[in-house]
Design a protein around this ligand. Sequence first.
Ligand code: NGO
Length: 536
Amino acid sequence: MLPTEGAGRRGFGHPGSGLALVALLLVGTTGPAVPVHAAPETPLQHIVPAPVAATPRPGVAFTLSADTTIHTQPGSAPAQQVGEYLAGVLRPSTGYRLPVVPSGSSASGRRISLLLAGADARVGEEGYQLDVTRQGVLIRARTAAGLFAGVQTFRQILPAKVEAKTRQPGPWTVPGGQVLDYPRYAHRGAMLDVARHFFSVDEVKGYIDQIALYKVNRLHLHLTDDQGWRLEIKSWPNLTAHGGSTEVGGGTGGYYTQEQYKDLVAYAAARHITVIPEIDMPGHTNAALSSYPELNCDGVAPPLYTGIEVGFSSLCIDKDITYEFVDDVLREVAALTPGEYIHIGGDEAHATTDPDFDLFMDKVLPLVAKHGKTATGWHEFVKSGPPPSAVPQFWGTKTVAPDMVEAAARGSEIVLSPATKAYLDMKYDANTKLGLSWAGYTDVQDAYDWNPGAYVEGLPADAVRGVEAPLWSETITNSADLEFMAFPRLPAIAELGWSPWSTHDWDRFKVRLAAQAERWRVMDVNYYPSPQVPWA
Ligand code: NGO
């Protein structure tokens, strides 16, 4: 018995189980989501991002015990890595050994299985199928990324205290049921500005762990700006020695050595998150200009900058050394980047004339390609006519953006980060102590209530590559600040990136969000208790 035609087409029944879909179902990508009443509350109803379909098995549950084992796809190191990651989440709080063994081995006890076979074909490259029966937990996917996404859902249906770093009393029970799930968009990003204020490797890892829980798969690091250069470039060492030595407000700044940066990239990759490094140019370059006088047209290095103005700096467009510099930087960054994309900024080049901007991009875009990468940039960079493979990141405040529509017509896919919706550095309201307000206040509902597929007027839905939530750090200095601005808005943007539009419903989302707070308290996430959300 299926509740709607939509569910009949896209919902996920359980062949042969005869189970009625008696609780909240998230019914696929067409038609409205349908709440079906009369079911007991189950954590399956509280998953963020909302899954494509979740079907409770009433009266069924699975309880982890001291002899539970984690079985992974035989012969697959990536699947085993996901198993070890899951064990790493579960061991401290449960105190169980949870050995990770190849599936098929004869370990006794009940199982959590992570298999790369047998998933519904609809799961695609990043989706998964999760089954909880009395006998165990079965997560199936076509890729390790899919298994990893399934593991995040499994975490969310366990009691929140599972996130604790110290041993807690059980029971560790998950409700019976089945989830079929896959993302709406390929790009589900978070951006962190480590240039205005520096964030240590451990702080960034903390954020990676938090965004992974919401199935974010891209971390864009804004590594350079007027106030600081944060990535060691061996061929231009003064970029960090001098250009990394301060930050907004005059603090001591900091930078990542290439070894540290590689460690960050690997840490993200182990969480199926690809790092997209940004070297912002030709504007937002005072830290570089201050480090090397020869990059300035007049040959004079400006002082380091610790304020928060934008748009005053530019690399010298006419000098050959500018392109030798960019070539060296891109070569080193590309060598540190397993992902396809390098972000070349391009925003607010107010100190560069339009013809100079074109000239600059005409020389720099081929350098990105020369080093084997594809360019992405803030949306202004489309004015230089980049190739269709280049991905503009829209950060405008209006829904009318003919340049984005034209870029899409030329074949570009666009990442949406509208400043009025997705900027995590905007204040929630007039009382928010942190943050900026140039794009307006953005409370949780504002962040959530927009449709990326129909946001920019005239932009075809299939030209949208995904969404990204930028967190600029002019006013953000530490993890507590970062978390206060990101939670609960980051999960809202993550849901827009993952969940089918048919599940979109503020009144239900705010209830699911409220249910996350217990987890954030256990994880020590300093979230903003917005009055818009019915926190328990
Ligand atoms: C703008 C600007 C950044 C600021 C940010 C603050 C873009 C793409 N450029 O966004 O330099 O930090 O606003 O909200």
